[in-house]
Structures are given as structure tokens and as C-alpha cells.
Design a protein around this ligand. Structure first.
Ligand code: NAD
Length: 365
């Protein structure tokens, strides 16, 4: 029996998780998706109840689960907490303790939403790219990471960009393997013109490609050019692999191409050990305190995260495709939450959007 851990978190996290539960129930009833699930605390809500945003019990359960479905964490009421108590700490510790080194961020533009992008519809129509971001190394974790006071009284802050061969090899393999089941193209982005970590990144990716994935097309691109090309002609890319910092920026930029943050899912994966792979699935949006508790949140990013879970953790490709197709269909039928509302469309709330998706699932299956 599949074991899922549900971590709703804060703000709109619990609201969108409720909708994911309804869709999980549909898959259990109609597609023989046999699972057991448990919910637990994370983030600000966990801090209020336990004094910690990353309770050990939650972390241990996450490590034992076959997959974790995550909502969102954070909110203004916790903004002034010290860093180690902040809600985001819960997510960072999950990533670290579960060894989630690969962050997969698809940027998919549904045809019905091509006008919602800030780019011209012809630039984004049919867009389907996957950014593979290294998640546990690089400048966010490198040491030294400190602020010191110099003899003349001014401050000096240092972050350290650091990568090892094995860290680059494993993220490169994830990207090449994913490219094999897509259109067999990988673009690797770094700054090998000015950074030694970029030089090593390029060398290692080239070696892994030559020795293990010669059937996949590899191109190297400087990260600043990648940013430019993403808005000039994003459809030239299929899979893009990059480090933690550049991936953070480029994946947000790619997200914006598709029009709404409420539409985009993500997966964070660990190493495959004895047939098991740690995995956490979450919408890319945050806790949206401005609309929390109002039934307005778009549940689609959370639902598409569950589709990624079906695909990557359980190999249920047909089931994943079915859910993505149902989303595409309700958008084509004109259902819209406020964030993606367009003139003449049918405005629905969080639960209304899920109702429409469940209807579409019934019809499609
Ligand atoms: P946000 O993603 O929460 O919200 C940005 C804007 O998008 C807001 O106007 C919000 O209403 C809207 N939005 C987001 N998700 C939506 C959805 N599903 N449906 C409709 N509209 C949606 O980003 P923010 O405002 O910068 O951050 C709010 C809090 O979330 C902060 O505390 C931040 O630290 C946290 N955060 C958490 C995560 C995470 O849990 N992974 C990610 C980003 C931000």
C-alpha cells in the first residue's frame, strides 16, 4: 500500500490540500490507486502548536513516506521570527533531510491560457519546458556564509558558491534521463565564462553526456543568455539543467511565461536507493496570505503536483496524463479562478474548480 504524507502548512496550503484529497479519493475509487495517507504539521502552523516549524516527528514521517504532498508555508505573522524558527525552515529541512537534490519545475502553457501571459501568445502557445534545478548545493549552502565587521567599521558579507563532481553528475543524470522520455534535448546553463564552478559544471555535464547519454542532444548556454532566450524564444528549450541559484531565478522566469503562479506544480526528488526514491511534490506558489481562507485559491498547481507524483513516484503515466487532460479540458470549457480570470469566462472558487475537474475526470475515464 502506498504511504503518502500530506503537509498542508499555512495560508492557502490547507485549502488547496483539501482539493488534492478529493482528487486522491477519485483516483482511489476509479483508478485502483490504493494508498493510505496521514497529515501532519509544518511551517508556521507547526510553530504555533509545537514551538518549531520543522518538528522532528514530521521530518521522520516524511522520510518514511513513499511521497510527500506539500501545500505552502509562511505568512506575515511569522516574518519577524529568527531565521531558525521561520516557517520556511520547515521546507528547507525537509529538502535537506530527505536529500531532495533535484527540483523539477515544468513550465507548461495551456492553450486556453496563452493570452494570460505577458508575452505574445505565439511565443508561449504550446510551451512545454522542464527546468531541472540542483537544490541542495551551491551558493545557498556553501561555507563560509557569514557577515563580518572590518577594521574600518564597514560590514563584509560572504556567500560561497561550491560544487563537487558528484553533485553535478547526479543532477545531470536526472536531466538526461528526463530528456529521454521527452524530446531528448538538454540545455545546461552556467557561467563558465566567469566562475570556476561554471567551468567544472560544463566539464562534468559534458563527460556524463558523452559516456552515458550520447543519444540525447546537449547544448551549453551561459545563464544570462538563458534568461534572455527564455523571453525571446522559450520554445527552443525542452529540458534545462542548472545550479541552485540560477535555477531559482530561471525557473521563476519560466513560470511567469505561462501566466499564473496558481497553475504550476513542482517535484523534488532524491537519489534512488534500493528502488525507493524520496520525493516531495508542491505547488510553486506560496501561502498567498492575501487570499487565504476566502475560497479563492486556484487548486490547479496542487492538483498538477499530484499528477507529477503519479508520474514520477508511482510510474502511473496514464493516470497523470488523465489529470492533466482534465485540467486542460476545464480551462478550455472556460472555468477560471480569479487569478486566471479573463472576460467572458466562468468564474469559480477553489472548490468549484475542483468540482469541474472531477466532472472532467468522470467524463474522460
Ligand atoms: P505567493 O505565491 O504566496 O503569492 C503571490 C501572489 O500570487 C499573491 O497575490 C497571491 O494571492 C497569488 N497566488 C499565489 N498562489 C495562488 C493560487 N493558488 N491561486 C490564486 N492566487 C495565488 O508569494 P508571496 O506573496 O511572495 O509569499 C507569501 C508567503 O508565502 C511568504 O511568507 C513567503 O515566504 C511564502 N512562500 C512560501 C513558499 C513555499 O511554501 N514553497 C513559496 C513562496 C513563498
Amino acid at each position: 500500500m502506498i504511504k503518502l504524507l500530506l503537509l498542508p502548512g499555512d495560508g492557502i496550503g490547507p485549502e488547496v490540500m483539501e482539493e488534492s484529497k478529493r482528487v486522491l479519493g477519485w483516483y482511489s475509487k476509479n483508478r485502483q490507486f490504493a494508498y493510505e495517507s496521514e497529515s501532519d504539521l509544518i511551517g508556521g502552523t507547526a510553530y504555533e502548536k509545537t514551538g518549531r516549524s520543522d518538528p522532528d516527528e514530521t521530518i521522520e514521517k516524511a522520510k518514511a513516506a513513499d511521497a510527500v504532498l506539500f501545500g505552502a508555508v509562511g505568512g506575515p505573522q511569522w516574518d519577524n521570527l529568527p531565521f531558525e524558527k521561520k516557517p520556511e525552515r520547515g521546507l528547507l529541512r525537509l529538502r535537506k533531510d530527505m536529500g531532495l537534490f533535484a527540483n523539477l519545475r515544468p513550465a507548461l502553457c495551456f492553450d486556453a491560457l496563452k493570452d494570460a501571459s505577458t508575452l505574445k501568445p505565439e511565443i508561449v502557445a504550446g510551451l512545454d519546458i522542464l527546468i531541472v534545478r540542483e537544490l541542495t548545493g551551491g551558493v545557498y549552502f556553501g561555507e563560509p556564509k557569514e557577515t563580518t565587521t572590518l577594521p574600518d567599521g564597514q560590514k563584509r558579507a560572504v556567500d560561497t558558491q561550491v560544487y563537487t563532481t558528484s553533485e553535478i553528475e547526479r543532477i545531470a543524470r536526472v536531466a538526461f534521463e528526463l530528456a529521454r522520455v521527452r524530446s531528448k534535448r538538454v540545455a545546461s546553463a552556467e557561467k563558465s565564462n566567469v566562475m570556476v564552478t561554471g567551468v567544472l559544471w560544463r566539464q562534468v555535464v559534458t563527460k556524463v553526456h558523452k559516456e552515458e547519454f550520447p543519444d540525447v542532444e546537449l547544448t551549453h548556454i551561459l545563464a544570462d543568455n538563458a534568461a534572455m532566450q527564455l523571453v525571446r524564444n522559450p520554445k527552443q528549450f525542452d529540458v534545462m539543467v542548472t545550479d541552485n541559484l540560477f535555477g531559482d531565478v530561471l525557473s521563476d522566469q519560466a513560470a511567469q511565461l505561462t501566466g499564473s503562479i496558481g497553475m504550476l506544480p513542482s517535484a523534488s526528488l532524491g537519489a534512488k536507493i534500493g528502488g525507493r526514491q524520496a520525493a516531495l511534490y508542491e505547488p510553486i506558489h506560496g501561502s498567498a496570505p492575501d487570499i487565504a481562507g476566502k475560497g479563492l485559491a486556484n487548486p490547479i498547481a496542487g492538483l498538477l503536483s499530484f499528477a507529477m507524483c503519479l508520474r514520477y513516484s508511482f510510474g502511473r503515466i496514464e493516470d497523470a496524463n488523465l489529470l492533466e487532460k482534465a485540467v486542460e479540458q476545464v480551462l478550455a470549457e472556460g472555468y477560471r479562478t480569479g487569478d486566471i480570470m479573463q472576460p467572458g469566462m466562468n468564474k469559480v472558487g477553489t472548490a468549484g474548480m475542483t468540482d469541474a475537474i472531477l466532472n472532467a475526470l468522470d467524463k474522460l475515464s
